[in-house]
Design a protein around this ligand. Structure first.
Ligand code: SAJ
Length: 434
């Protein structure tokens, strides 16, 4: 299929890099977002999201004229839907007495509806948004049929998941292998034609539901793996073992790759996607359900660890190092570190948080420090919640000179306990009772 003009619906973390990369490769792209503020920000040279290198790519795309911006789709050869699929905040499903979260598919529904009036014979429509299995054939195809055209017969329809890692989106977009699932083999081929414009990784064709399931399996596998690591951290603590040492020894086995325990699983992918399986098949997903529960409860476990090290938390001044959902990013969404801070405060602790990647973070109820030194001042204890490289590199003797705190709690295996002990600190570590 020959694609001259493309509409990308949704200009967020995935849509904007995708639209700009197509534009950089000579495609005439219309970037569509229903939020006029986003369009305005982009037109005036701003950027509403943070991703290394993105500003330059967007700027070049806009200047070249290959990327234009609009609030609704225009007739084109192909359409990519890259809108968010969050959960409902206050709506839950229930199975066997257990509550589960429900996907809010309203953005996918309205983006698809917006394509109906401009859809033409021979077009290609690709859904990229992470979605419950069968969304392409059971939600998207019927909406598009309102145009009088039928998916697979009159136009091509495919599902192709994004798999890029925040912080490395622009590189991974091009280099990662890409799965493309068509409602027919011809639809998968049309999708492959589209992405081969810039994708250097392998492009693998399959059917739409398989592609949807593959995406959810990848993130669910990671979530379950982290859940077992978190459970191992609790067991190691009980048995007087160092979980980090034990995992590294177990991982010497050629067929074992256990991930790392920590304060929990954050971000908007791994902590979200497994629920799409649970929602669509609660009776088949007890393992996935309980893994989510284990990871969601890990901040409480870290709270217990801190309480054990510090004693009664009421009135204690705690320096919390890190609020991001993972190391070396500025993204605080669904962050387990922020959850730990809230739990500490519920126990009456006076927490000051320092997040070098977002010093002016404005999270409700969290008091931010203005610098690392400011966080350490007057602290009774220091808690390491995110393994940012700059935290790993601090020198315990230097920290000792900046604070009266002599207790550190390391929830991420960022610090060498013996160095801190040598500098006069009492050390507690997640997954270690020694
Ligand atoms: N985490 C652990 N232990 C680990 C690894 C991660 O506790 O051993 C925690 C992190 O600290 C973080 C959370 O898990 O809180 C998720 O971080 P992550 O780096 O595992 O993943 P994300 O959410 O940033 O991106 C994932 C990626 N998926 C996989 O690696 C299978 C990415 O490729 C996907 O594109 C992205 O989800 C997405 O958009 O779905």
């Amino acid at each position: 299929m020959n694609i001259q003009k493309l509409c990308v619906l949704g200009l967020g973390y995935i849509g904007l890099p995708t639209a700009s990369t197509f534009a950089a490769n000579g495609v005439n792209v219309v970037g569509v977002d229903i939020n006029p503020q986003i369009i305005e920000t982009l037109r005036s040279g701003g950027l509403h999201i943070h991703e290394p290198g993105l500003r330059a790519v967007v700027e070049t795309a806009l200047k070249s004229g290959n990327l234009t911006l609009a609030t609704r789709p225009e007739p084109a050869d192909a359409f990519i839907i890259a809108v968010p699929t969050p959960f409902y905040e206050n709506k839950f499903g229930e199975y066997d007495g257990q509550k589960y979260k429900l996907a809010d598919m309203r953005a996918v529904t309205s983006a698809t509806e917006a394509i109906v009036p401009v859809l033409q014979k021979g077009n290609l429509v690709v859904l990229e948004s992470t979605s419950p299995p069968r969304t392409t054939i059971e939600l998207v195809a019927p909406i598009l049929a309102r145009s009088g055209l039928q998916a697979g017969r009159d136009f091509y329809l495919a599902y192709s998941p994004e798999r890029v890692l925040p912080g490395q989106i622009l590189r991974e977009l091009i280099e990662n292998a890409r799965v493309i699932g068509g409602v027919t083999p011809e639809s998968a081929q049309a999708g492959a034609d589209l992405y081969s414009i810039f994708v250097k990784g392998e492009i693998v064709q399959t059917d739409a539901t398989t592609a949807e399931m593959v995406k959810l399996m990848e993130n669910t596998y990671r979530d379950v793996n982290i859940a077992i690591a978190n459970e191992f951290s609790r067991l190691a603590d009980k048995f007087g073992v160092d979980v980090w040492e034990a995992i590294s020894l177990a991982n010497r086995h050629p067929r074992v790759k256990i991930l790392s325990p920590g304060p929990g699983v954050g971000g908007h992918c791994i902590s979200v996607d497994p629920w799409f399986f649970v929602e669509t098949a609660p009776e088949l997903t007890p393992l996935i359900y309980h893994s989510r529960r284990v990871n969601d409860s890990q901040p409480h476990y870290v709270l217990e660890l801190i309480e054990r090290a510090v004693g009664n938390l009421k009135g204690k001044k705690i320096a919390a190092l890190g609020l991001a959902y993972k190391p070396n990013v500025d993204d605080l969404r669904e962050s387990p570190a922020a959850e730990v801070v809230h739990l500490l405060q519920n126990e009456g602790a006076l927490v000051k948080a320092w997040e070098p990647f977002k010093p002016d973070a404005n999270l409700p109820g969290i008091r931010m420090a203005s610098s690392l030194d400011n966080a350490l001042q007057d602290a009774d204890a220091i808690v390491l919640l995110v393994k940012h490289t700059e935290f790993v590199n601090v020198r315990p003797s230097e920290i000792a000179s900046k604070t009266k705190a002599r207790v550190v709690v390391d929830a991420v295996n960022g610090w060498k306990a013996s160095d801190w002990r040598a500098a006069g600190f009492q050390v507690a570590r997640l997954g270690v009772r020694k």
